[in-house]
Write a protein that binds this ligand. Sequence first.
Ligand SMILES: Cc1ncc(COP(=O)(O)O)c(C=O)c1O
Length: 373
Amino acid sequence: MIPYGKQFIIQEDIDAVVATLESDHLTTGPKVKAFEEALSKYCQVKYCVAVANGTAALHLASLVLLNKGDKVLTTPNSFLATSNAILYAGAKPVFVDIAEDGNIDLDLCEKKLQKDPAIKAIYPVAFSGHMVDQQKLKYLREAYNVTILEDCAHAIGAKDADVKAASCSNSDISILSFHPVKHITTGEGGAITTNSKEIYEKLLILHNHGMVKTKEMKPWEYEMRELGFNYRITDIQCALGLSQLKRLDNFIDRRITIAQKYDKVFFGSIVKPLYMYDGKSSYHLYVVKVDFTKLKISKVDLFNKMREKGIGLQLHYIPINKQPYYKSLGHGDEVTPNMDKYYEQCFSLPIYPKMIDKEQDYVIKSLFEMLQS
Ligand SMILES: Cc1ncc(COP(=O)(O)O)c(C=O)c1O
């Protein structure tokens, strides 16, 4: 099976994990700290807290950034976890239509900010590895004094001009995910980045049961100061993460090479890339648009027939606001013509660093055969 994404593990990664298994530290130890420092350096950000997964990162970030009842602008084109985190904090997601590149439309965000002072935050997602326009984000943050959380689960290694993903250059917090389909993996895993010492210190406490232990306390003492969680990541996972991080730039180079080949073969055809390579994306996903109304084959048949050929297409994403749970909260009827059209036309093709040329050629050939059938 050629899936839409998968991890790339080599002997060096396995050796790193085994060495940690043989060490004294399995849970929080030196590898967690080293991974956090390496991530901070890579993302060009001051602070990083590694946690159990990207969803935990979003949860804690939302508890720190939001108050109950706050309205938060976010995108329908993401994994459920992005807007679920807004709900975890007792806040209210407001779904905004997407722009051409699949990201939240920041111009529409501005229109909403002009009308509604109850909007306190924006949660943009760097969808597929393509960051939102950082100049516009900076402007909105300053002009409307709005809190920004960037969901960079797809985007480690991406950049917009000189701004690196998860550097928090124009946001309060960014989050990352290390699920195996992402750029680097720790099995499950995630991280929160920020340039604020105050936010960092809150996150440290919250991800470990709300507990504080200081040098002044008695040897056995600890104090619970917040209602926190056990969202810790392990040294075993961070050993893998550190080893993977060494090869991240190579992984991204390979993803870009695959994307550029897709761009080239689809040029002028019925398969339209969501965007052509513009030096920005780190390509967690390669998304294409096809107008199925002009073809004999439906999207469902295409997915099924490609699966019979051993190729896993995927759809990122079903609009979150149309999910039954969100409908039960009154969502679903937002006016999002771009998202509606996107959902009809788009799907993701396989892209992962371990993918070899022969596999990509097979994907391309099979796709054209199916679409022309
Ligand atoms: C955009 C986005 N945000 C958040 C998450 C949640 O990350 P995790 O699976 O590590 O909990 C995902 C996971 O797929 C994602 O795609």
